[in-house]
Design a protein around this ligand. Structure first.
Ligand code: RUQ
Ligand code: CUA
Length: 765
C-alpha cells in the first residue's frame, strides 16, 4: 500500500510539478548546420516552412480523399498533409466498430446487392454538399464504382449514415457530383448493361439491349439522407458514360456527362477480334451528354417515367421528344468534364488529344433554341455541331485528364497524365500560363474548393498514380503519392510528397477548415447511425441485465474506469445482446468494447449507445475489456462473460480469489486519499487563481473533474459503513475507489493547468 501511495504522488507530481535540468556536451544545431547535414536547399526550407504546422496549430484546409479499393474515405489536413482520419464507408473498419455493432452493420447491410454482402468498394469521387454553389461543410457523398453504390457521410460526426444501391446499373463511375443546392447527387453508369435486372442478353444484342444512364439521387437535407423514392434516372445509349458535373449559375438546372467508347465496341480478342482499347478509340470523337435535369425531374413528377426495378427511368424516346438530352462531340476518348466557377463554360479533356476543349453553355443553348443540329445519333438524340458549341481549344500537352479552378478569374489547372505535369492556363483567353512537372502519371488534381462556385486557390494537390523511387521501398505494392503544390504565385511551386497507403485515391475535395463544425459528444443515449435515441440506452444507476428465454440482454454503461456490468452470466447457446452507453461528457473520452474470441468490437464515443449481438455457442470464460487507453486504470476497465454449461449449479458461494485487507490497510488508504486531496487542492488553487473561465476547453475539463469528485460521496458512505462494521475488505476497497475518482480528477486538473500555462493564462482579477 505504501508503494502505491508513493507511486500515486510521483505520478501526479511528474505531470505538474516536476522540473529537471539535464547537462549535455552537445551544442544545439543551427539552421545552417541542419541544412548542411540533411543536404537541404533554400528552396527546400521555403517549402518546409509553407507546410510545417507547429504543435498546437491547425491546418487551413481539410481534404476528403477517396480511399480507392479500401472502400473508405481518407481525411487529411492541408498544408501539413497529416492524416486525420479514415472513415469506414463500404468496408468494415474495426477501430470505429464499423461493421461490428448492430447499427453500423445495418448501414453496411444497406449496401447488399441482391441479398449478397459486399464488404469492399472502389471509391472514386467524393463530393461536398453545397449551398448556392458553395461548400457548406455538412455532408460528404462518395461512390463505389465496382458495385454501383453511393454513400452519405454526415460531417457532424464524420460517420457513414446511408448506402444506396443503384437499381439499374452494374457499375458506376461518374458520381458523386452535386447540384448547387444539393438537390440531387449525380451518378452516371460506366459500363453499359441491360437496365432490367432479370434477364441475360448476349453481347451481340449490345446496341439494342444494353444501356447507360445518369441517376439523380434526391437528397433530403433535413433528414440527412437520400430519398430513393424521389430519385430517378435518365436512360442513355450504351456509350460508357464517364464523369459528370452539375451546371451552376447560368447553367444551373443542367448537367454534363462525358463518355468514351461511343463506338460501342464489345471486344472479343479471344475470338480473333481486335481488343477493346483499339475498338474503343477508333473514332475521333465521343459525346458529351448535355442534360436538362430540371425538366427531367418535372417529367418524372408528371408520371412520364417508366418503372424499371421499381425505379423511375426517363426513357430515351421521352427525352428526345421533350428535349431533355443533347449530344455534343468531344475529342478522342475524353475524360473530365468540369464546369467553370461562373457556370459559363465546360472544360473537357481528350485523353488521346493534346487539347482541352472549352464549351460555351450560352452557345449550346443557342443551338438548342435554334434547333440547329448537325445530325442525330443512332438512337435519335440530336447532335450539336462541335464548332457551334466550342468557346476555345487550348493545346496543353499529352494526356490531359481533369481540370480544377483557381480563385483568380479565368485560371484553370489541368492534369497531364502522359507528360506527368500540371498545366496552368487561362480558359477565357485560351492560353497556357505555366507548367510544373509532378511525379509519375498524375490522375486527378484538386484545388481548394476548386469545383465550387467560389474556389479558394492557395494550394493544389496532384494525385499521382505511381510513386516509383519516391519513398522508402515497402515491397512491390507501392504507396500512392499526393503532391502538394503552392499556386498562390504566378509560378507553381512543389511543396511536399505524401504517401497514402490505403488504396488508390481517385479524387479528393478540400474545404476551408473553419467551415467544418463537428461535435465532440453525442446527446447521451444516441444511436449515431440513425441520429435517434437508442432503444438500449440507460443512464447511470439504471444498468440491468434481463434474461428472457435463452436471450440475455445487458443494458450497461461505460465511464472511466469501469464497465457496468462487470460480469455477464449466460448459458451455452444463449443469444447475448449487449447495449452500452458511454456516460462521459469529456472530450475524447471514447471507450472501446471487445469480447474475447466472439469477434465483437465497438467504439463508444462520449454519449453514444451501441449494441453488439452474438451467440454464446461455446462454454467457457471470456474476458471483455475497454480497447481505448482512456485513463490510468484503463487496463482495469474489464469484466467477464461467463458461459456456463446448461443447468450448471454453483458448489461454492464465497469468493476465495483476491487479497484480504486489515485495519492497517484501510488506514493507509485513508492517508493516501488525504495526500492526494492536497495535490488536487494545490492544482485547483492554481487554476482558480488565473482567468481559467476564459478558456472553454479548461472549463469543460473542470466540469469533468468536478463530476468525478462528485462521485466520492457515495463511495465514502459505503467505506464508512463497512468500516463501522469492521469489514476492512470493503472499507479498504471503497476507499481505494475514492482515490480512483481523485486520480481522474487530478489528471484533468493537471491537464488543465498545463493548458493554461501553455496558452498564456493571466492572474485572475
Ligand atoms: S476518374 S478512373 Cu475520377 Cu480520372 Cu476514376
Ligand atoms: Cu475505457 Cu479504456
Amino acid at each position: 500500500m505504501k508503494f502505491r501511495t508513493k507511486q500515486a504522488a510521483s505520478m501526479l507530481l511528474a505531470a505538474g510539478f516536476g522540473c529537471a535540468a539535464v547537462g549535455s556536451a552537445y551544442a544545439a544545431e543551427s539552421l545552417q548546420d541542419v541544412m548542411k547535414r540533411r543536404n537541404l536547399s533554400q528552396q527546400d526550407l521555403l517549402a518546409a516552412s509553407k507546410t510545417y504546422v507547429p504543435t498546437g496549430k491547425r491546418d487551413e484546409f481539410v481534404a476528403f480523399s477517396s480511399g480507392g479499393q479500401s472502400g473508405q474515405v481518407i481525411v487529411y489536413g492541408i498544408p501539413s498533409m497529416r492524416i486525420l482520419k479514415y472513415i469506414g464507408v463500404f468496408t468494415p473498419e474495426p477501430w470505429q466498430g464499423y461493421g461490428f455493432d448492430e447499427s453500423s452493420k445495418a448501414v453496411l447491410a444497406q449496401g447488399k446487392i441482391d441479398g449478397k454482402d459486399i464488404t469492399w468498394g472502389d471509391t472514386h469521387h467524393p463530393a461536398m454538399s453545397e449551398t448556392q454553389g458553395q461548400y457548406d461543410g455538412q455532408f460528404l457523398f462518395i461512390n463505389d464504382k465496382a458495385n454501383p453504390r453511393l454513400a452519405v457521410i454526415d460531417l457532424r460526426d464524420f460517420e457513414t449514415k446511408q448506402i444506396v444501391v443503384n437499381p439499374i446499373y452494374k457499375s458506376e463511375h461518374g458520381g458523386a457530383f452535386v447540384t448547387p443546392n444539393t438537390e440531387y447527387v449525380i451518378e452516371a453508369a460506366q459500363y453499359a448493361t441491360p437496365l432490367e435486372n432479370k434477364k441475360f442478353y448476349p453481347l451481340e444484342e449490345f446496341n439494342e439491349k444494353y444501356r447507360g444512364g445518369v441517376t439523380y439521387w434526391k437528397f433530403d437535407r433535413k433528414e440527412g439522407r437520400i430519398d430513393p423514392k424521389k430519385s430517378f434516372s435518365v436512360e442513355l445509349p450504351p456509350y460508357s458514360q464517364d464523369l459528370s458535373d452539375a451546371g451552376k449559375g447560368p447553367s444551373d438546372g443542367w448537367s454534363f456527362t462525358n463518355s468514351f467508347c461511343t463506338e460501342r465496341y464489345v471486344g472479343g480478342i479471344e475470338k480473333g477480334r481486335p481488343p477493346y482499347e483499339a475498338g474503343c478509340s477508333a473514332k475521333d470523337t465521343d459525346y458529351m451528354h448535355v442534360i436538362n435535369w430540371k425538366k427531367a425531374a418535372e417529367l418524372v413528377a408528371a408520371g412520364r417515367a417508366k418503372k424499371i426495378n421499381g425505379h423511375d427511368v426517363l426513357m430515351l424516346d421521352t427525352s428526345i421528344k421533350e428535349g431533355v438530352v443533347f449530344l455534343v462531340p468531344e475529342p478522342k476518348s475524353p475524360h473530365g468534364v468540369d464546369v467553370t466557377p461562373d457556370g459559363k463554360f465546360i472544360t473537357v479533356s481528350g485523353k488521346l488529344d493534346t487539347h482541352v476543349s472549352v464549351y460555351s453553355f450560352e452557345k449550346i443553348q443557342a443551338a438548342i433554341k435554334a434547333g440547329k443540329f448537325e445530325s442525330k445519333d443512332p438512337y435519335g438524340l440530336p447532335v450539336i455541331n462541335m464548332k457551334d458549341a466550342l468557346h476555345t481549344q487550348v493545346q496543353l500537352g499529352l494526356g490531359p485528364l481533369h481540370t480544377q479552378y483557381d480563385a483568380k478569374p479565368c485560371v484553370a489547372y489541368t492534369s497531364l497524365y502522359v507528360d506527368s505535369q500540371v498545366a496552368k492556363w487561362n480558359y477565357c483567353e485560351g492560353k497556357v500560363l505555366d507548367k510544373i512537372s509532378v511525379h509519375y502519371n498524375i490522375g486527378h488534381l484538386m484545388t481548394m474548393e476548386g469545383d465550387s462556385m467560389d474556389p479558394k486557390g492557395r494550394y493544389l494537390v496532384a494525385l499521382n498514380k505511381l510513386s516509383i523511387d519516391r519513398f522508402a521501398p515497402v515491397g512491390p505494392l507501392h504507396p500512392q503519392n499526393h503532391q502538394l503544390i503552392d499556386i498562390s504565385d504566378d509560378k507553381m511551386q512543389l511543396l511536399y510528397d505524401m504517401p497514402l497507403p490505403l488504396g488508390e485515391p481517385h479524387y479528393v475535395v478540400a474545404i476551408e477548415a473553419s467551415k467544418l463544425k463537428p461535435g465532440v459528444r453525442y446527446k447521451v443515449g444516441t444511436d449515431s447511425r440513425t441520429d435517434k435515441k437508442h432503444a438500449g440506452a440507460v443512464r447511470a444507476g439504471e444498468e440491468k441485465t434481463v434474461r428472457t428465454g435463452n436471450k440475455v440482454e445487458v443494458f450497461g454503461t461505460l465511464i472511466r474506469s469501469h464497465i457496468t456490468p462487470e460480469t455477464i452470466e449466460a448459458e451455452v447457446g444463449d443469444e447475448i445482446i449487449i447495449n452500452l452507453t458511454n456516460l462521459e461528457r469529456a472530450q475524447d473520452e471514447t471507450h472501446g468494447f471487445a469480447v474475447s474470441t466472439y469477434n465483437v468490437h465497438a467504439s463508444i464515443e462520449p454519449g453514444k449507445t451501441v449494441q453488439v449481438k452474438f451467440k454464446a455457442d461455446k462454454e467457457g470464460v471470456y474476458p471483455y475489456y475497454c480497447t481505448e487507453f482512456c485513463s490510468a486504470l484503463h487496463l482495469e476497465m474489464q469484466g467477464y462473460l461467463l458461459v456456463k454449461p446448461k443447468g450448471w449449479k454453483p458448489t461454492k458461494t464465497a469468493m476465495s480469489a483476491g487479497t484480504n485487507y486489515s485495519e492497517a490497510d484501510y488506514k493507509a488508504q485513508l492517508k493516501k486519499v488525504v495526500d492526494t486531496q492536497a495535490v488536487i487542492d494545490s492544482v485547483v488553487g492554481y487554476i482558480t487563481g488565473v482567468n481559467y473561465k476564459d478558456f472553454p476547453d479548461v472549463v469543460a475539463m473542470m466540469d469533468d473533474a468536478v463530476d468525478q469528485l462528485g462521485k466520492i460521496k457515495d463511495a465514502k458512505a459505503k467505506a464508512d459503513e463497512a468500516a463501522g462494521k469492521k469489514d476492512w475488505n470493503n472499507a479498504t476497497l471503497w476507499t481505494e475507489q475514492i482515490w480512483q475518482y481523485q486520480v481522474k480528477a487530478a489528471d484533468l486538473g493537471l491537464r488543465a493547468k498545463t493548458y493554461l500555462e501553455q496558452n498564456g493564462a493571466k492572474k485572475a482579477k
